[in-house]
Design a protein around this ligand. Structure first.
Ligand SMILES: [Zn+2]
Length: 312
């Protein structure tokens, strides 16, 4: 199958090596009529590469003849982080999803943010941003910010309603929410497991959002029963080493104190830290499926508090 998109890329900066950094943009103009512009972005964090595959498979299957409106799709927002498979930009160690709308202190990452805002984010009527767990963790939830119906339409079983309405300041989502653009942030997949099912769900979620906003014909598929978390805690280890998980299931309900995993020294095999479920009951949202390296401050696990959740 062939891509039926118009591909361009916009310049950001030239590196000392002479290599040029550009932001890739696939544009699709619908042939079924006028409609809104939907933006889809992936790999703002370079270690979340399943997000790129979701957009690739989505574009492969898309027929512009059936589309109303326009798509702007950025499969890799941060090419330097993609190359290095790192969350942050290796050049300046900045987090691209905390420095929007860019400018600012003028680090390279701020320049990249500024280009994304000008060439993509400012042109959108709707926005969906894809994240994943990274190299080791696997994750599964969707933020509810300013477009609850669209967040639900993506179809994930767990949603998170963050206190500020959009999660992190300086994120692309905080920028588009600030402009009143209906915005969905997806956290899906990643880690050391087969990503096929996550890719399939990601594509289905985009299509269902597009049906919901009228860019594709047909009735949206009703979402499954959904738990909306109000409290979502990231367990950040104090001890680095080798994390051996004991709980590997996502969307699992656990009693407070359940051992999630144990951090051992990979050298002496001494137990350095035990990570436990913090809430009664707890819900697993980000887990690790295989023994893996872990550092202090990493995303160890993410656990929702079911006692304060909105009923499924
Ligand atoms: Zn991310």
């Amino acid at each position: 199958m062939e891509l039926r998109t118009t591909y361009t890329s916009v310049p950001v900066a030239t590196l000392a090596s002479g290599a040029e950094v550009r932001i890739p943009i696939h544009e699709v103009r619908g042939q079924a009529g006028d409609g809104p512009t939907l933006g889809l972005t992936a790999c703002l964090h370079g270690d979340e590469q399943v997000s790129t595959e979701i957009l690739y498979r989505f574009l492969l299957g898309l027929d512009p003849a059936a589309l109303k409106g326009r798509l702007l799709v950025v499969p890799v927002v941060n090419p330097l982080a993609f190359e290095a498979v790192t969350r942050h930009t290796p050049l300046d160690m900045q987090n691209l999803n905390r420095v929007m709308p860019g400018g600012g202190e003028g680090f390279f990452t701020h320049q990249l943010a500024e280009a994304l805002v000008g060439h993509v984010l400012n042109k959108l009527d709707y926005y969906v941003d894809f994240h994943a767990g990274g190299v080791y963790p696997t994750v599964d939830y969707v933020y509810i910010s300013n477009a609850e119906a669209l967040s639900r339409a993506f179809g994930s079983p767990i949603l998170f309603r963050p206190p500020g309405g959009y999660g992190y300041g300086g994120s692309t989502a905080s920028y588009t929410v600030g402009k009143g653009v209906p915005t969905v942030t997806v956290e899906l997949g990643g880690g050391t497991v087969d990503q096929t099912a996550y890719v399939r769900r990601g594509v289905a979620g985009i299509l269902n959002i597009m049906r919901t906003i009228g860019m594709l014909a047909g009735d949206p598929v009703p979402p499954p029963p959904q738990t909306v978390l109000r409290t979502l805690l990231t367990l950040r280890p104090r001890a680095g080493g080798w994390l051996v998980p004991e709980v590997t299931a996502l969307n699992a309900r656990l009693a407070k104190g359940t051992v999630l995993g144990r951090t051992l020294s990979p050298y002496s095999f001494e137990e350095l830290e035990v990570l436990r479920a913090p809430f009664d009951p707890s819900l697993t949202v980000l887990v690790r499926l295989q023994p893996c390296r872990i550092n202090p401050g990493d995303f160890g696990y993410m656990i929702g508090d079911l006692a304060t959740a909105e009923a499924a």
